[in-house]
Design a binder for this molecule. Structure first.
Ligand code: DX5
Ligand code: ZN
Length: 218
């Protein structure tokens, strides 16, 4: 099975010192950096865009895992590719042409991810499995960090793991991941865990390191 990945979400960091936060969490043992882009339309919150990601890019060489919670997404894919994203994930619910969006990401030389909201059935991604490098299962309703994990999604993770079969696809989980919920989603088949508030609680590198290690060993 695929390597376990811990992807701290920068959404929970101190935005007044983003470069330092990215660098600290990378040194603290993050495998990927998860970057949550929100447009105030697809989700009821606004975060940051490609220029801010470009500004963070020189502060680490870790994989930039960009989670687009925007609709439409197609007009902005190229800007995010150029900002330094390595993985670009779009929501299945964000537009009528998911396959086209995924092909556009791959055409730019980036890894293509698809995310589904808690209310979305896994069957919505059944026919694009050969077009994705990553599937992101939301275990909260997207828009805000610090929400409570939805256990109803564990069965969905298990079903998607079975759908993936032996395809080279990362199965990522986002929302309410902490030392209690990480073992549940890993057991169901997830190999990449996003964690915002559970990593950035505390202040600075050593606390981030302890938080990441606690999730990894849980
Ligand atoms: C929410 C974002 C998440 C969020 C997770 O819409 O997609 O990545 O930062 O935060 P926690 O880990 O605090 O639930
Ligand atoms: Zn996210």
């Amino acid at each position: 099975s695929r390597d376990l990945v811990i992807a701290p979400s920068i959404l929970a960091s101190d935005f007044a010192k983003l470069g330092q936060e990215v660098s600290d969490v990378a040194k603290a043992g993050a495998d990927w950096i998860h970057l949550d882009v929100m447009d105030g339309h697809f989700v009821p919150n606004i975060s940051f865009g490609p220029d801010v990601i470009r500004a963070m890019r020189p502060h680490t060489d870790k994989v930039f895992d960009v989670h687009l919670m925007i609709a439409p997404c197609d007009p902005y894919i190229e800007a995010f590719a150029k900002s330094g994203a390595d993985i670009i994930t779009v929501h299945a619910e964000a537009g009528p042409h998911l396959h086209r969006s995924l092909m556009a990401i791959r055409a730019l030389g980036k890894k293509a991810g698809v995310s589904i909201n808690p209310a979305t059935n896994e069957s919505d991604i059944e026919y694009i499995l050969d077009t994705v490098d990553l599937i992101l299962v939301m275990t909260i309703n997207p828009g805000f960090g610090g929400q409570k994990f939805l256990p109803s999604q564990i069965e969905k993770i298990r079903r998607i793991k079975a759908m993936i079969g032996d395809r080279p696809i990362d199965l990522e989980v986002d929302g309410g991941v902490n030392v209690e919920t990480a073992p549940l989603v890993a057991e169901a088949g997830a190999n990449a865990l996003v964690a915002g508030s559970a990593v950035f609680k505390g202040d600075g590198l050593e606390e981030y390191r302890a938080n990441i290690e606690a999730i990894r060993s849980a």
